[in-house]
Structures are given as structure tokens and as C-alpha cells.
Design a protein around this ligand. Structure first.
Ligand code: IMP
Ligand code: MG
Length: 183
């Protein structure tokens, strides 16, 4: 039913799970002996985070934060608002921020500053997808699942108007879906 709205699949379910497995292994090695605090940026990264931590052979805490930086469905407004804050203190913690996709970098630029101010011991970023073309801040993720072209993508957590997050793969919507909402 959802599939009929998809123009093409960019990343298959198998590719996603292979990448997550190797990201989890890399993080496991890098954080050996540490007990990182994994922060999931809602809602998009929830799918990725829960899969990723299963490949991290470490004692981890998880927490959630919901931030809103989007003026409309496609483009960041530049303003970042905390919709839901953490329930864990980040002070002296080794923090791993888990994000679904980094586009301009506005959201994470703001978050990294905030967590530094709250005195995290270290902060690293892991993103499933990276769209480096549109980066506005000199923000470089520490771990990247896959680079994607500058196209709007949905699935595996990523939404268009809150829909399509539950697709098991990452794809591009047909143009008519956007047109329906513009008219
Ligand atoms: P940034 O602040 O411009 O880096 O935007 C990051 C946020 O924008 C992500 O957390 C996503 O929620 C959203 N976003 C950026 N590109 C896409 C996309 O192609 N599909 C769905 N959401 C996106
Ligand atoms: Mg997001």
C-alpha cells in the first residue's frame, strides 16, 4: 500500500542492516571500556538507534530528545526548538548522538553546542544518512552509514509530513505525492 507512492528505492533493507552492523562494530571497538550515553534524536532516528545498539557490545544508557528545526516539510528554518528534553544528565558522560540524516547540519550544530554547555565529557555523532552537499556548518559526523544525493528521502524512520517512517527501506517518493500536498 505504501509502496505504490515510491518512485525508487535508494537503500534496501539488507544494505541498511549491513551498514548498521559494521557501524555497531566500529563503535564497540572505539568505546571499549567506556559506558556511553546514546542519545536518539526523535522521531526519525528511533528505528536506527534501536537497531544500532543491538550491535554495540558495550554497557550503554539510552535517552531521547526531540528537536524541531523544520520550517516546512523540506527545508530547515534555522531555528531549533527543544520539543522533548533528556531525562539523563550528560555531565561527564561520553555522548553518542544518533541521527537519521544530516542535511544542512543546523540541528546537530545546535545540539552539540548545548551538550558541550551541559559539560558532556565527549560528543560523537553517528548518522545513518549524510547529505554533505547542503552542509551549512563545518559539521562532520564521526560515523556515517551512507551518503545520499541531495534528494528528499523517506523510510526507515524518515518522514514526509509524518508519513512513510515505517517503510523498511529508504526511498524517494513519486512527484505526484508532493503535488497533492501543494495543491
Ligand atoms: P538539518 O538540520 O538541515 O541537518 O536537518 C536535519 C533534519 O532534517 C533531520 O533530522 C530530518 O528530520 C530532516 N531531513 C533532512 N533531510 C531529509 C530527507 O531527505 N527526508 C526526511 N527528513 C529529512
Ligand atoms: Mg530529524
Amino acid at each position: 500500500m505504501l509502496e505504490k507512492d515510491i518512485k525508487k528505492i535508494l537503500v534496501t533493507e539488507e544494505e541498511i542492516s549491513e551498514r548498521i552492523k559494521s557501524l555497531g562494530q566500529a563503535i564497540t571497538e572505539d568505546y571499549a571500556g567506556k559506558e556511553p550515553l546514546v542519545i536518539c534524536i526523535l522521531k526519525g532516528a528511533a528505528f536506527f538507534m534501536t537497531d544500532l545498539v543491538r550491535y554495540m557490545d558495550l554497557k550503554v544508557d539510552i535517552d531521547f530528545m526531540d528537536v524541531d528545526s523544520y520550517g516546512d516539510a523540506f527545508e530547515t528554518s534555522g531555528d531549533v526548538k527543544i520539543v522533548k528534553d533528556l531525562s539523563t544528565s550528560v555531565a561527564n558522560r561520553d555522548v553518542i548522538i544518533v541521527e537519521d540524516i544530516i542535511d544542512t547540519g543546523t540541528t546537530l550544530h545546535y545540539l552539540v553546542d548545548l551538550l558541550k554547555y551541559r559539560q558532556a565529557n565527549s560528543i560523537k555523532i553517528v548518522t545513518l544518512l549524510d547529505k554533505p552537499d547542503r552542509r551549512r556548518f563545518g559539521l562532520t559526523p564521526d560515523y556515517i552509514g551512507l551518503e545520499v544525493p541531495n534528494e528528499f528521502v523517506v523510510g526507515y524512520g524518515l518522514d514526509y509530513l509524518q508519513r512513510y517512517r515505517n517503510l523498511p527501506y529508504i526511498g524517494v517518493l513519486k512527484e505526484e505525492i508532493y503535488k497533492e500536498n501543494l495543491s
